[in-house]
Design a protein around this ligand. Structure first.
Ligand code: PMP
Length: 383
């Protein structure tokens, strides 16, 4: 059977036009953007053009607000540790929602070793952050608060504008991880008054190995990677020309295609949700309407997510059971526990994330494979 790939939250294919645009920079168009000769200057121009395209995708004030990194994990680390350590004189408190990606939670936890107080804010059963709780824990000495634009495991979209208003009323900076959301729903750093925002190239159908951090003018950040002083001194190291050029082009295409693509994927998503929820003891995780257009996530009682992934793969359909970054542990997802699921409930999760290769015609094959997989696994289940 032909492959049906439904794990776009873990990795996406590189858009063919992105590849066509950027592959030259791996071949004869290479060059170090710090070199003074014409080849170096051309490479520098390529990076600056990419910066402009990324800035446009999120309506940043200008190109000077964008710092390229190696990906979302690095951007999250730079935003959190970089801001916390640079602003110690203003306070030593940081806050994150309980469903943040591990690359946000771990830098926050690591700050505790530097004497910071770290507070986790709960979410409701749909994964929506408790805005009142944020208000209660915020104080003048809270330097960085991190709430994601939308969650990668349950697809829920957060009320960022409301959170942003409250933070700026009582505390310092809001960092938003928009890795899962950008390219799928409009993200506007100016309208939402966001101070720092994380983006990942591969989540936009760009090459792996590039990411970006938006930093609002005036926000002070400490570099975590000292060296040659590239990227305004915030991220040393020779730039990954191919990946950055590709990320820029992917951002440009995402902006043009977003509306049509989201509408198409939303239709597939809704049909999949409708059909899969007909299975006995199957539940949607995350919000039914405030969710990403390409995202469908479920839990099934009495089965294990890992077995679902392996069984679905026998149909040549690739799904996920949670964040690929946490798949090395057998612990249930912290996101599913945070929305109130019991350990045994959180183990039976299945996540379908759609991309450009998916079509409405694939739905019957996907639904059939899920039904057969669930039936087979339940027969084998000791529960
Ligand atoms: N944040 C979110 C919301 C993610 O989904 C991911 C993984 N795609 C990351 C951060 C980390 O991305 P990466 O592993 O590419 O650094």
């Amino acid at each position: 059977m032909k492959k049906i790939y439904l794990d776009h939250a873990s990795a996406t294919s590189v858009d063919p036009s992105v590849l066509a645009f950027a592959e030259g920079f791996l071949k004869d168009g290479y060059g170090n953007p710090s070199s003074l000769h014409s080849v170096g200057l051309k490479a520098k121009r390529v990076i600056e053009e990419a910066r402009e395209k990324v800035a446009k995708l999120i309506n940043a004030e200008g190109t000077e607000n964008i710092v390229f990194t190696s990906g979302a994990t690095e951007s999250n680390n730079l935003a959190i540790r970089g801001v916390a350590l640079r602003n110690v004189k203003k306070g030593k408190k940081c806050i994150a929602s309980a469903i943040e990606h591990i690359s946000v939670l771990n830098p926050m936890k690591s700050l505790q070793k530097d004497g910071f107080e770290f507070t986790l804010v709960p979410v409701d059963s749909y994964g929506i952050v408790d805005v009142k709780k944020i208000k209660d824990v915020l104080s003048e000495d809270t330097t960085v608060t991190s709430v994601m634009y939308a969650n990668n495991e349950i697809g829920t979209i957060e009320p960022i504008r409301e959170i942003s208003k409250m933070i700026h009323h009582k505390a310092l900076y809001l960092h938003v991880d928009a890795t899962a959301a950008a390219g799928h729903i409009p993200v506007d750093v100016q309208k939402d008054a966001i101070d720092l925002l994380t983006l990942s190239s591969n989540d936009l159908h760009g090459p792996q190995g590039a990411g970006a951090l938006y930093i609002k003018k005036g926000v002070k950040v400490q570099s975590l990677l000292p060296g040659g002083g590239q990227e305004r001194g915030l991220r040393s190291g020779t730039e990954n020309l191919f990946a950055i050029a590709g990320m820029g082009e992917a951002a440009r295409i995402a902006m043009i295609d977003m509306k049509d693509k989201s509408e198409k994927l939303k239709k597939i998503r809704d049909r999949l949700i409708k059909e899969i929820l007909k299975i006995d003891e199957c539940f949607l995780t995350g919000h039914s309407t405030k969710r990403l257009p390409h995202h469908a996530s479920f839990r099934f009682s009495r089965i294990e997510g890992e077995s679902i992934v392996l069984n679905m793969d026998m149909y040549n359909i690739q799904v996920s059971t949670g964040s690929a970054c946490s798949s090395k542990t057998l612990e249930p997802s912290h996101v599913l526990l945070a929305i109130g699921l019991k350990h045994e409930e959180a183990h039976g999760s299945m996540l379908l994330t759609l991309g450009t290769s998916n079509t409405i015609k694939q739905i019957p094959a996907i639904v059939k494979a899920v039904k057969e997989t669930v039936g087979r696994l339940r027969k084998l289940s000791p529960l």
